[in-house]
Design a protein around this ligand. Structure first.
Ligand SMILES: [Zn+2]
Length: 330
């Protein structure tokens, strides 16, 4: 796939400085694009790689042999590494070793090679140390672009080799525009953009998974949890586990946004931007039932559950513990 600068929404200052680097051929050996998930770091990495590999200084031109090869996903000097795995996705040491084998040969088409590593923060220490060797002793004209949602999870020794560029969250308007480009109606895209917290990927995922309906289901849970019987707890935990890790994660996200809004409503609500602004009156009501202490406790629980969901812990057990903890907040 070839990505042109024009295909990227937002981050125009970053794109401008990358274009200058390509034009002036002043390139750091390794770069890290960091920032929250779903704001376009990988897409920018693809655009940067496309421009770097193109024969023209102001590329990608879409016509030279390099651009054609990239378009057809057969560029021999371009490498993409992504996390792999069924439950927990990680970049494995075998992937790094394979990459090292391939880049030890000289470049074929372009005068340089580009390696794009997606979610470099999902690399265990062994894999990271293995990559470090290549970063420390690069062979030939080779450029590394790493992306990471959480740069704190990257080995400091790897981090220190990279020039860092921070990607800020996208504005609601920009996310709504991106969704409109995919023929999603404005009324839906605007509401979902508010819930997505600056991530276009999140907004699109919410849309694809019936976002508005799931939000209402989460809200119903908030209204009824304190009168849950033991049987209600088991039934819901079963249902959540059956829905799968991703869907459960979304349900947690909706709850988190409701609690954040409730916490905000407890402060100076007029100045606060609410995620669920369209449900403000109902939220005030539920907040009164909950009490602010329980809301803050729930905010902590949900973060803990989101962390556990990233491990290979059993979804059924996570769901069960979460519901029980909430049930006994009152
Ligand atoms: Zn080209």
């Amino acid at each position: 796939m070839i990505v042109h600068w024009q295909d990227i929404k937002g981050h125009s200052q970053i794109a401008d400085s990358l274009k200058i680097m390509v034009a002036e051929d002043r390139l750091p050996h390794a770069m890290l694009f960091s920032g929250m998930a779903g704001v376009g770091k990988f897409l920018m990495g693809m655009a940067f790689a496309s421009a770097l590999l193109c024969e023209k200084k102001d590329g990608p031109c879409r016509h030279c042999p390099s651009c054609m090869a990239l378009q057809n996903n057969v560029h021999p000097d371009f490498f993409v590494l992504e996390p792999e795995g069924k439950t927990v996705q990680m970049i494995k040491i075998e992937q790094i070793r394979q990459l090292q084998k391939e880049i030890s040969l000289s470049a074929y088409l372009a005068d340089k090679r580009v390696v794009l590593i997606r979610n470099a923060d999902r690399m265990n220490e062994n894999a990271a140390n293995c990559l470090l060797k290549t970063l420390e002793e690069p062979v030939g004209n080779i450029f590394f672009i790493l992306t990471a949602d959480n740069e704190k999870k990257i080995l400091p020794t790897v981090l220190s080799r990279c020039m860092k560029i921070y990607f800020s969250p996208l504005s609601d308007t920009l996310i709504s525009d991106i969704m409109a480009d995919q023929n999603i109606k404005r009324d839906k895209s605007e509401a979902l953009a508010k819930l997505a917290g600056g991530s276009a990927e999140q907004a699109l995922a919410l849309y694809e998974n019936g976002g508005m309906e799931n939000r209402l289901a989460a809200f119903d849970f908030l209204k009824t949890i304190f009168s849950f019987t033991d049987e209600d707890i088991w039934t819901l935990a079963d249902k959540l586990a059956a829905s799968g890790r991703e869907k459960f994660g979304e349900w947690l996200l909706y709850l988190q946004l409701f609690w954040r809004d409730m916490a905000a409503l407890d402060g100076d609500a007029e100045c606060m931007k609410l995620y669920n602004n369209d449900m403000k009156a109902e939220l005030m009501q539920v907040k009164a039932d909950w009490g602010i202490t329980a809301v803050f406790a729930a905010c902590k629980y949900v973060q803990e559950m989101q962390r556990r969901l990233l491990t290979n812990a059993d979804v059924r057990l996570i769901a069960e513990k979460f519901i029980i903890d909430l049930r006994y907040l009152k």
